[in-house]
Design a protein around this ligand. Structure first.
Ligand SMILES: Cc1cc2nc3c(=O)[nH]c(=O)nc-3n(C[C@H](O)[C@H](O)[C@H](O)COP(=O)(O)O)c2cc1C
Length: 170
């Protein structure tokens, strides 16, 4: 597991090789195993496998140009009518997103988290483009493909970000 966490990097360069539907289901199984507040599981997932739709994404998301290289992507959404604890759906869907990214590494795939919520402009554009009902909020979009790049593990362990018992260091 540590290995998978260390290997995960945002992948923005992909081989011209299709990801099988079965692998997308493996990713979605991992997503739905994520923790959620009170086990509310507010998530919904839209599989994007229509190249014409995928190629439209850069028009509605400013930092998504890499998506045009892939044949599959997953849009993570929250049903805000299906929650037990108000507002926690953001964290639930973030946990599901991270599970997808980690499972992708496990399957030899590469992916990147494209943030949608809480950017109002992106949320509005995704809601309109995907014809989402009012209670469905797009949270993140994850292009999935075979990596065409090797990325090193950065050293991010930072003592300055670690506190003990209270904020001030003693
Ligand atoms: C909430 C969130 C939103 C992000 N949005 C984008 C995005 O729109 N486009 C993109 O290329 N990367 C996006 N990223 C990926 C980050 O740029 C990336 O995680 C960060 O640079 C660290 O690199 P690493 O993932 O390889 O460790 C996002 C990541 C998170 C967690």
């Amino acid at each position: 597991m540590t290995d998978i966490i260390k290997k995960r990097r945002s992948i923005r360069s992909y081989k011209n090789k299709e990801v099988a539907e079965e692998k997308i289901y493996d990713l979605l199984e991992a997503a739905m195993l994520a923790p959620s507040a009170g086990n509310e599981q507010p998530w919904h997932f839209i599989i994007l496998d229509d190249k014409e739709i995928i190629n439209e994404i850069p028009k509605i998301h400013p930092y998504s140009q890499m998506i045009t290289q892939v044949n599959k992507a997953i849009l993570v959404c929250a049903d805000v009518n299906n929650t037990k604890y108000e507002g926690f759906w953001v964290q639930d869907c973030a946990a599901a997103t991270e599970n997808i990214l980690l499972k992708a590494v496990d399957l030899g795939l590469g992916a990147v988290w494209l943030g949608i919520y809480p950017d109002e402009d992106r949320v509005a554009k995704f809601k309109s483009f995907f014809e989402l009902p009012a209670n469905i909020i797009p949270v993140s979009l994850i292009p999935v493909g075979y990596p065409d790049v090797n990325k090193e593990t950065p050293d991010r362990l930072d003592e300055n970000r670690i506190h003990r018992n209270k904020w001030e260091k003693s």
